[in-house]
Design a protein around this ligand. Structure first.
Ligand code: M6R
Length: 618
């Protein structure tokens, strides 16, 4: 939620660096955008409701002076609607100080009242302008016009979540920023330095980065940076090198990031598997620093996550219970701590998150650890909050996911969770090494199989165009196909604004079948014929039931499965695979379909309305 960029240097024009960073961070929020620079001893600010492109038009109409220092923001509105006035930066103190902010300041109303009694007036409805005014007041009255000290004192008074960046005309060589429960990374260049909500804010200019910890303040100049705690004690960040380069964050010839990321999936699976087992099939999850005796004592697993990541968790549950025989629950992270869950020292909590910044999931992680559970994060963003607060992390190596709709992260979350399950099975002796090796070999075949599903993308795209004007679309699946159905429906809602629902196919006759009328499109994910409990036959019956009531059936079935042919209006073929691995294939056409419907409806596939990529508010 909200993207933040800061730049201080010598050789480049700050606004160009900032606009470039905002373009890359726009996936975090795109209600409004703005830039403030220090030029000739004054702050110049341009901001605009709408996209970064609207801000660029504003700057073209009202140019900003060249400058070597500035801050920028792309917003997902919380306090106050997406208007020009509410857009960041907020300039306070009679034009002397500017701030941008990500997060929510929960005590902003009382702070605002306090500042009003001192004579401050406010232009916007935002909590950010209040934080800026407080910072200015502290800067002038308590911190002897030292911006770092002022930020330390201000941060101590703010409640909620914030990444707050400030510039001040009196100290025109520096940006000072505070981080509390909201992300901030430093980019280290030569004679120039950067700040970003994540590394994509500066990836074009440097791949050397420093992770900041919660409760830290950084003072950034062209020559370096220094970090303190909110109390003013000297502190350190954690340097790291970004492993992907700028091309990974480009569309690469596709119409949208979503389309590109769907096509990244074979590589995402390959990279997530890479280096995690030896030739005998022994898993070596080096980064999973939890003692094996602790893993052996686990008697319950709870997977916490939101949205698509929670569906990945639902898929993983089937594998974990089957391979490890450990009772496993999947809980929406925002519900977890409010139902007083039974969590003990023998509970292993697995937090799944692409961004690693989802506040609901982060809060669930904290709650679990407070109860004594060990927490393993499955995450795609190195150095983000959730892996930092967890006891251990298993990274998915999907590369940057820019489109708001999660695609390659979902697939690689399933792969990472399967690796974790196999590791638990290995440590606890539930499976022999050769059994584990067999499953790993099947996983290793998945990148090529996903690639072959992608070869049929045109068929699915045509279907998307044909069904783009449907009133609603239903998705049915059983076993691991059930969360796949839920994911297919979420994708369609999210990017195409088309009403859709996913159901466990067995639930159909308990109510949802009443929705089926003539012409209703129904996707059905058909399990492998070799699946357990004769699931295949049951799903074929489900297809017949909806078809008999007038549904247009779109059947996702394995190559060679002829039983479905007579009941399918459309068949999308996927390669044969073991049942538990089928979601890695069956999800792909659903992603392509949602993307195609959104395009046919003329929508912005990558930036659906009302959404943001990482949800850093509860
Ligand atoms: O970054 P996270 O994986 O924690 O995000 C969780 C959800 O917000 C996310 O999966 C969301 O549902 C996606 N936009 C779905 O495509």
């Amino acid at each position: 939620m909200c993207g933040i960029v800061g730049y201080v240097g010598g050789g480049r024009d700050a606004k160009s660096v900032i606009i470039e960073g905002l373009r890359r961070l726009e996936y975090r929020g795109y209600d409004s955008a703005g830039v403030a620079v220090v030029a000739d001893g004054r702050i110049e600010c341009r901001k605009k409701a709408g996209k970064v492109a609207d801000l660029e038009a504003e700057i073209a109409a009202h140019p900003l002076d060249a400058s070597h220092l500035g801050i920028g923001h792309t917003r997902w509105a919380t306090h106050g609607g997406p208007t020009d006035v509410n857009a960041h930066p907020h300039v306070v103190g009679g034009g002397k100080l500017a701030v941008v902010h990500n997060g929510i300041i929960e005590n902003f109303a009382s702070l605002r009242a306090e500042l009003e009694t001192k004579g401050y007036t406010f232009l916007s409805e935002t909590d950010t302008e209040v934080a800026g005014a407080l910072l200015f007041d502290v800067y002038v009255n308590q911190a002897s016009q030292d911006l770092t000290r002022a930020m330390q004192l201000t941060a101590q008074r703010l409640e909620g979540a914030f990444t707050l960046l400030a510039i001040e005309v009196g100290q025109p060589d520096r940006i000072v920023a505070a981080r509390w429960n909201s992300p901030l990374v430093i980019g280290v260049g030569e004679g120039e330095n950067f700040l970003g909500s994540d590394v994509s804010g500066f990836i074009e200019f440097t791949r050397d980065a420093v992770e900041m910890d919660n409760g830290q303040i950084v003072t950034l100049t062209a020559d370096g940076y220094s970090i303190t705690t909110f109390d003013g004690a000297s502190a350190e960040g954690k340097p790291f090198r970004v492993e992907w380069d700028v091309t990974a964050a480009e569309k690469g010839g596709y119409n949208s990031f979503m389309e590109k990321e769907i096509h990244d999936q074979p590589a995402a699976v390959r990279d997530t598997l890479y280096g995690r087992f030896n030739e005998e099939g022994r898993l070596t999850l080096d980064e999973l620093r939890i003692d094996e005796s602790v893993l052996r004592s686990v008697n319950k697993i709870i997977i916490v996550a939101c949205g698509t990541a929670a569906y990945a968790g639902q898929v993983a549950r089937y594998a974990i219970e089957h391979w490890c025989r450990i009772p496993t629950e999947v809980e929406l992270a925002h519900e977890f701590r409010y139902r007083d869950p039974i969590v003990t020292e023998q509970t292993l909590v697995v937090a799944v998150s692409q961004s690693g910044e989802t506040m609901d999931t982060l809060m669930a992680v904290r709650h679990a650890r407070e109860q004594g559970a060990k927490v393993i994060a499955i995450c795609n963003t190195v150095g983000s909050s959730i892996p930092r607060e967890a006891d251990a992390v298993l990274y998915t190596y999907a590369g940057p996911e820019i489109a708001v709709a999660s695609t390659k992260a979902f697939i690689s979350q399933i792969v990472a969770a399967y690796l974790l399950a196999l590791y638990l099975a290995q440590v606890r002796g539930n499976k022999f090494t050769d059994e584990i090796r067999g499953i790993i070999e099947q996983l290793q075949e998945m990148p090529d199989k996903i690639a072959s599903v992608l070869e049929n993308a045109d068929q699915v795209r045509e279907l998307g165009q044909e069904l783009a004007n449907s009133k609603s679309v239903l998705f049915l699946g059983r076993h691991v196909g059930f969360p796949v159905a839920l994911e297919g429906a979420l994708k369609l809602k999210e990017v195409a604004y088309l009403h859709s629902e996913g159901f466990a196919a067995g639930e159909l006759k308990h109510g949802p079948i009443a929705l089926v009328e003539e012409g209703q499109p129904v996707f059905v994910i058909v399990p492998s014929k070799s699946s357990r409990h004769s699931l295949h036959a049951k799903v074929v019956s489900n297809i017949q039931e909806v078809r008999a009531r007038g549904a247009v059936t779109i059947v996702i079935a394995e190559e060679g499965d002829e039983d479905v042919v007579q009941f399918a209006n459309h068949i999308i073929r996927i390669p044969e695979s073991p049942g538990l691995l089928q979601p890695l294939l069956a999800t792909v056409p659903l992603q392509i379909f949602a993307c195609a419907v959104a395009e046919a409806r003329g929508l912005n596939v990558d930036q659906p309305r009302n959404l943001a990529k990482s949800v850093t508010v509860e």
